[in-house]
Ligand binder design. Structure first.
Ligand SMILES: *Cc1c(COP(=O)(O)O)cnc(C)c1O
Length: 332
């Protein structure tokens, strides 16, 4: 029987569910202060669940905007805030650099009266990744790690909530992983439908209704694979090496360009442009013909983007660079 045929209440699936959680705990060295939730609705539903679960009427949340995804998170929170008497404010932004740099997070002063602060840890479309965090002044830091979750070692204790949709760096679409500090589950919060209530999902071990069993099973296989590779330290070194190789080539090429400030270049998503944008179309067509797919940049930004998630081996990065070299040579 395939996992997709199993009852989620049956012993076989229950075992998969428990083991998947256990492996994630092991990878992150997660303490008992944190709960793991397996939810549906992707990253987008978290944009709405966060303010509804972490605030009650009169509370204020602070958002740091650093690119497309954090702006979406802010917009969604602001959209629902008035109905519940919540306040959602932007406390820092990198709009003045067109999101090619981060605000100086280490210098940011966080108002201790905020209910939480939201930050996107890796801006998938813009190619910007955080390497420092604000001094939180006791305020819970909530991070969107949809595109860099489990890509390097991290200290979970710095965060109140970590959330990630599965389809970037974990497994397949249909699952969002939420890691939440248990005290935040006790907070008085907005009256929401049960499916949007973290506390209800936590109390039911993410089985309040039928969970996305196959997506959870797939995530479990990835967690096992990561453990076999040697854990997050090993995968983190690999990811750093892959990214360095690609950025070094781009910077030295004189033909391609990445315009993100060096200190916050993403190790997962590498956007680049051709100095002559008129060559974008033939570049993508020839890359596609050689089996190098999904290089077109996001429609909001244009250009190219190489996503080099955990699953991409160094050989894939080398193949891309070899193609980029050949393509550039034909225009010398
Ligand atoms: C993809 C992505 C999302 C949205 O995920 P969905 O599952 O499509 O809703 C949110 N945040 C970041 C950083 C992402 O990369």
């Amino acid at each position: 029987m395939s996992v997709m045929e199993m009852s989620h209440r049956g012993a076989d699936y229950m075992q998969i569910h428990a083991q998947t959680k256990q492996h994630l705990r092991q990878l992150l060295n997660l303490s008992d202060d944190y709960e793991i939730l397996f939810l549906q609705g992707g990253g987008h539903l978290q944009f709405a669940m966060l303010p509804l679960n972490l605030m009650q009427a009169g509370d204020t949340a602070g958002y740091i905007t650093t690119g497309v995804w954090s702006e979406k998170g802010l917009e969604e929170a602001q959209k629902i805030a008035p109905q519940y008497g919540l306040n959602v404010i932007e406390i820092a932004s990198s709009a003045n650099s067109q999101c090619t740099d981060l605000p100086n997070l280490a210098e940011l002063t966080i108002d201790p009266s905020l209910a939480y602060v939201h930050l996107c840890h890796n801006e998938t479309i813009n190619g910007v990744e955080c390497t420092t965090l604000p001094n939180m002044n006791g305020v819970a830091l909530v991070v969107d790690m949809s595109s860099n979750f489990l890509s390097q070692p991290m200290d979970v204790n710095q965060f109140g909530v970590i959330y990630a949709c599965a389809q970037k760096n974990i497994g397949i679409a249909g699952l969002a992983v939420v890691i939440i500090r248990k005290d935040l589950l006790q907070r008085p919060h907005c009256a929401v439908p049960s499916m949007l209530d973290y506390a209800i999902h936590a109390a039911q071990d993410s089985m309040y209704n039928t969970p996305p069993t196959y997506a959870i099973y797939m995530a479990g296989l990835m967690f096992e694979w990561l453990i076999e590779q040697g854990g997050l330290a090993v995968i983190g070194e690999r990811n750093a090496a892959k990214a360095k190789r690609l950025y070094d080539y781009i910077d030295g090429s004189g033909f391609y360009r990445n315009s993100i400030a060096v200190a916050c270049r993403s190790r997962m998503n590498v956007p680049f442009t051709l100095l002559d944008a008129g060559l974008d179309v033939p570049f993508l067509a020839q890359a596609q013909a050689e089996g190098l797919t999904q290089l077109k940049g996001h429609r909001l930004l244009g250009g190219m983007r190489a996503s080099i998630y955990n699953a991409m081996p160094m050989a894939g990065v080398e193949a891309l660079i070899a193609f980029m070299q050949r393509f550039a040579k034909t225009f010398e």
